[in-house]
Write a protein that binds this ligand. Structure first.
Ligand SMILES: [Mn+2]
Length: 413
């Protein structure tokens, strides 16, 4: 290990220790754990639930799809005690701190890019802040596991396999096996006799003994329960499965949700082929309205990804999909908003132009177009992005988007 790496690791562990101290010195009472709804988020929720039990704190789990200000307001106005955000929130620390306004002690345990803040109440634990890639070396589950280990010592080892499930859920095994801190959790799970590594060609697979199945079979089920079954709170079954395995009822639910998704997606494709796809100068777009309900709003992104290279689409136009944001959050009830989720992708030929800098990236277009209609852009990458805008502003958003592309082209002559 180089000195630099050692330095970064040391800094990271100091942060873990500091976060552990916050929870150790918490006088007790309730802890609200706000977690993401994919496999890594569910595993993170499961680990923190156990950690709270270990500390003797009552834990309430709240599963959310994204950290929107309206959602944070609802949580902080209706819950007392410590609040932990996990597998999300890294970039929202400032917003959370403002809304929290010194009311609760808040921990953000995330592995996505983050912004650190100077606050007495909101503390961010994120490897990205110590220069360690959370996309490659640490899933949120592994991070929570390390946190759990720092607080509870050996006791936490019982749950090491849950960190492995979360890492695989976020595809951290994509280079052939998990790395870095994910590997630390894996090795502990192996030492504890929970996981067996099997090789298939150059790829490792992690056999979870307790379930008699591989992590890469279990993790997608968790994501289905959390994302497809979001509105019916199927993530609760997923979190239970992390401890008890998959009973018949849970497996049936997974299957039913997969079927629902397939049917909804096929019907929506049919509708687009039959004229519902709108074509502009630079953008092609559609609105699923409430049609994907009870599936979560992550689905419009998944749908865009699935269809973006299909022949009924124009391969030189950006693709944008809208999905109505339900007015309530399952674990929180009514939210005072009237919002639409926006997902954007690019067909492969356009994607190549973006990556070569010949066309503007979605990481520029989506935040700019959102701003133009007063929206809140969150996850944006060059070739995939998402945002939330007010309902009724869809056309205006498309116009702003078209205008931005036109402007870009003009500026390039
Ligand atoms: Mn994650």
């Amino acid at each position: 290990m180089s000195n630099m790496e050692e330095f970064l690791h040391q800094e990271f562990f100091e942060w873990v220790e500091r976060a552990a101290n916050y929870i150790r010195s918490y006088a007790g009472g309730g802890v609200t754990v706000v977690h993401h709804n994919d496999a890594d988020g569910l595993c993170s929720g499961a680990l923190l639930k156990k950690l709270c039990e270990y500390c003797g704190f009552e834990a309430e789990l709240i599963c959310i799809e994204k950290v929107y200000p309206a959602v944070v307001e609802k949580i902080h106005s209706s819950r007392d005690g410590m609040i932990i955000y996990t597998d999300l929130g890294g970039l929202a620390a400032d917003m959370i701190d403002k809304i929290n306004a010194g009311k609760s002690m808040v921990l953000i345990i995330d592995h996505h890019p983050a912004k650190d803040i100077d606050s007495d109440y909101v503390h961010v634990l994120d490897p990205e802040l110590a220069g360690i890639s959370g996309d490659v070396f640490v899933s949120a589950s592994s991070l929570n596991y390390i946190f759990f280990r720092a607080v509870a010592g050996e006791e936490a080892k019982k749950y090491a396999y849950i960190a492995v499930l979360g890492s695989v859920g976020d595809y951290h095994d994509r280079s052939g096996g998990v790395l870095g801190f994910d590997r630390f959790a894996l090795e502990e799970a192996i030492d504890e006799g929970q996981v067996k590594v099997r090789f298939e060609g150059a790829k490792e697979r992690y056999f979870i003994k307790q379930f008699g199945e591989y992590a890469d079979v279990i993790a997608p089920r968790l994501t289905t329960l959390g994302a497809v079954g979001y509105e019916e709170r199927a993530y609760q079954l997923g979190i239970r499965a992390c401890f008890e395995g998959f009973d018949e009822k849970t497996l049936e639910k997974v299957e039913q949700l997969e079927k629902l998704k397939k049917e909804k997606f096929e019907q929506m494709m049919e509708r687009l082929r039959n004229g519902e796809l709108k074509i502009g100068e630079y953008v092609q777009w559609f609105h699923v309205g409430d049609f994907f309900y009870p599936m979560g709003v992550k689905m419009v992104g998944e749908f865009c990804q699935l269809i973006k290279d299909m022949t009924f689409l124009k391969d030189n136009l950006y693709l944008i999909g809208f999905q109505n944001q339900p007015k309530s959050i399952p674990d929180l009830g009514e939210i005072g908003w009237d919002a639409v989720k926006v997902s954007a992708r690019a067909p492969t030929p356009l994607e190549r132009m973006i990556l070569r800098g010949k066309m503007p990236g979605l990481d520029y277009l989506i935040p700019k177009a959102s701003e133009a209609v007063g929206g809140f852009a969150d996850a944006t990458h060059r070739i995939a992005a998402a945002t939330v805008i007010d309902r009724g502003k869809e056309e205006e958003f498309i116009e702003a988007f078209e205008g931005l592309v036109k402007e870009y082209e003009a500026s390039r002559g």
